[in-house]
Ligand binder design. Structure first.
Ligand SMILES: [Zn+2]
Ligand SMILES: [Zn+2]
Length: 384
């Protein structure tokens, strides 16, 4: 395989890249009682996302992770655009037992599903804008408001590696705490603090890595990039349990600080990072390993009449790569005259079509990001 695995972290994460100190310990924060909200905005975001989820989700005693994208506009206030819950991923070693790979949603972590749900919502906006403004001269869209991201737990991967850094308690009473993001020193890179990681037993990158990528290339993805004026960046990130600001900053954006200038208006986005004490589950989870996690994953986006369930087969027709690829291609007009255009036969074909519809500015920015030897050059490119 074309990637390097240097160390094996406590059987939980494969860390890629130049890591000198091993083994790392992904410590689980036990002092959940001490969690303090950063500001009222963080609590508003969490409360709204959890309320929406509770209104639709079936009652269960099992724990899960919830993630959501919210939009704040002058006209409509704060609203949930989409949400998802889930903690599982498709294990490669079991893939032969499953349905055809093109239909499988391998990564069912809540953060990743929420972003897929956001793309479902965005692709509808391309057809019929309700929250986006269309520039008359170019026909391109712009999101008319602030985009907030909520996750009930610190994202897995780099943000959960607490080896380098100590946390101080947040205590603020302002509406939104604006903390400057620190400049990372180069020895941090040599130590491995910027390393990428895979979800255990899979070829899926950790949520930390994926969110870091969104903070450069935008959350809209390649398929929808041509429909928008520029990349859609997250304005704030609100985290619930296991919150640790220094690690979240490092993992989600600051480790990519060297990419401050990229082609076509792309850059490293440093969102405001906030903590909320509004809890998804009553009581705290002392040790992650002992908690009983929900097996199924759920998602919803504005326009869907109910939650979608992604069960043990990891299949969802609306969210599958095939559906999103085909739908997005049709919506971007590239295959509008081709009735078979919505079908994508293989991963190679999917990738070809995706790259052919990608905004050239995003393609250039992506190439700079993924080809840089210090950072994302070890991003896994899945083979068909
Ligand atoms: Zn995750
Ligand atoms: Zn940052």
């Amino acid at each position: 395989m074309g990637y390097k695995v240097d160390i094996h972290v406590k059987a939980r994460y494969f860390i890629l890249g130049n890591v000198r100190h091993a083994p790392l310990v992904a410590a689980v924060r036990s002092a959940e009682k001490g969690r303090v909200s950063t500001c009222p905005l963080a609590d508003d975001i969490a409360r709204l996302a959890i309320h929406m989820y509770r209104a639709m989700a079936p009652e269960t005693s099992a724990q899960t992770v919830l993630a959501a994208f919210l939009l704040e506009t002058k006209e409509f206030g704060m609203e949930v655009l989409c949400l998802a819950s889930g903690t599982k991923y498709w294990n490669n070693t079991e893939s032969h037992r499953g349905p055809p790979p093109m239909s499988v949603i391998r990564d069912c972590h809540a953060e990743v599903l929420a972003r897929r749900a956001l793309r479902v919502w965005l692709s509808r906006e391309v057809e019929n804008p309700t929250r986006c403004l269309r520039e008359e001269s170019t026909g391109l869209l712009r999101l008319d408001g602030r985009l907030h991201f909520y996750t009930s737990t610190q994202p897995c991967g780099n943000a959960c590696v607490k080896r380098w850094g100590t946390c101080t308690k947040d205590a603020g009473d302002g509406r939104e705490i604006m903390q400057p993001h620190p400049y990372m020193k180069w020895h941090m890179a040599r130590e491995g603090q910027i390393a990428l990681s895979l979800k255990p037993g899979s070829m899926s990158h950790s949520c930390s890595d994926k969110i870091a990528r969104w903070n450069v290339l935008g959350v809209q993805g390649a398929m929808l990039s041509r429909a928008f004026e520029g990349p859609l960046y997250i304005d704030t990130v609100t985290i619930g349990r296991k919150f640790a600001r220094p690690m979240a900053m490092r993992a989600l954006c600051c480790r990519l600080q060297e990419f401050s200038v990229l082609p076509g208006g792309y850059r490293v986005n440093h969102p405001t990072i906030m903590c909320t004490d509004v809890r998804l589950h009553e009581g705290s989870i002392g040790q992650e390993d002992k908690a009983s996690f929900e097996h199924q994953a759920l998602w919803w986006a504005q326009g869907e009449s109910c939650l979608h369930l992604i069960g043990a087969d990891f299949v969802d027709v609306v969210m599958s790569r095939e559906a999103i690829a085909g739908g997005s291609l049709v919506r971007c007009g590239t295959v509008s005259n081709d009735p078979t255009g919505a079908r994508v036969g293989s991963l190679a074909e999917y990738r070809f079509r995706k790259e052919s519809v990608e905004d050239p500015r995003r393609r250039d920015a992506r190439r700079v990001l993924l080809n840089d030897p210090k950072f994302f050059s070890q991003w896994i490119r899945k083979e068909s």
